[in-house]
Design a protein around this ligand. Structure first.
Ligand code: ADP
Length: 248
């Protein structure tokens, strides 16, 4: 039995919905500290792959290991989050009527099992951690503003910050730059590269300029399996990728 000491290891994962094979013997490996981009046409199985990793969907076949030997197919969603896998969905879900700081404070408390409270006294260490996250997600100057008053891109960054408060070892990010300005998109590439210095990040994105900016290994999915994997130049010149995705 092969179990490489990778952070994440999907081996031959298949899942069908009403007879439709959304994932077809998909194998996928993420190493510690890696930033990986996932591309592919609609219906390729990108969301289903994220659902498998986070325990929202169970595979019909195949194995999913985290940190070498933790079998994620035996864990539920809450356990998987607790193990250190964070997921950011496409739409930001920040608390609009709270300040940027309070959103991060709530996220920090939530990561400790303290829900919906701002009355929990922060230690100096907690405050330092929130300041560090604010700097990472480019929101130091907006800390006292209501989340409702942030731009769409800044709300995405705040939500990434809220996930960082939970200290995930693996962060899954779904289409972060959709709807962002060009400047925000460029900044997001830098921000994710910084975040990946201390954890692994998997980012699903259609914006090829952004994926090129990331300059990392790319996995192109189609019809539930890996069509091509490698540098952006390698993947974007693959005839199968051009036919199934880029050329459309
Ligand atoms: P992508 O994210 O790459 O666009 P998805 O993973 O969302 O692809 O979808 C892969 C295929 O699986 C699609 O045809 C989709 O309709 C189907 N699918 C995904 N999740 C479900 C579900 N929970 N029930 C039924 N069909 C699903």
């Amino acid at each position: 039995e092969k179990k490489p000491k990778s952070l994440l290891y999907l081996d031959g994962v298949s899942v069908s919905f009403d007879g439709f094979r959304a994932l077809n013997s998909l194998s996928f490996i993420v190493e510690p500290g890696e930033l990986r981009a996932i591309i592919g046409p609609n219906g390729a199985g990108k969301t289903t792959m994220m659902d498998i990793i986070t325990g929202k969907t169970r595979p019909d076949e195949g194995e999913v290991f985290f940190k070498g030997d933790i079998d994620l197919t035996k864990k539920d969603e809450a356990e998987i989050a607790q193990l250190g896998i964070g997921r950011k969905f496409q739409k930001p879900t920040v608390f609009e009527s709270h300040t940027v700081w309070d959103n991060l404070e709530l996220a920090l408390n939530r990561s400790r099992g303290v829900f919906a409270t701002l009355f929990y006294r922060l230690t100096g260490e907690d405050e330092g951690r929130i300041e560090e996250i604010l700097a990472t997600v480019r929101l130091t100057a907006r800390r006292d503003d209501l989340a409702a008053n942030l731009s769409h891109g800044q709300k995405q960054w705040l939500e990434i910050g809220m996930l960082l408060a939970q200290e995930p070892e693996l962060l899954l990010v779904d289409e972060p730059v959709a709807g962002m300005t060009d400047a925000e998109t460029a900044e997001t590439a830098l921000l994710l590269k910084e975040i990946a210095k201390t954890r692994s990040v998997v980012v699903v994105e259609h914006d090829m300029g952004f994926v090129r900016d990331l300059g990392v290994k790319v996995t192109c999915l189609a019809e539930g399996s890996v069509l091509a994997e490698g540098s952006i130049d390698f993947v974007s010149n693959d005839p199968k990728v051009i036919e199934n995705y880029l050329g459309r």
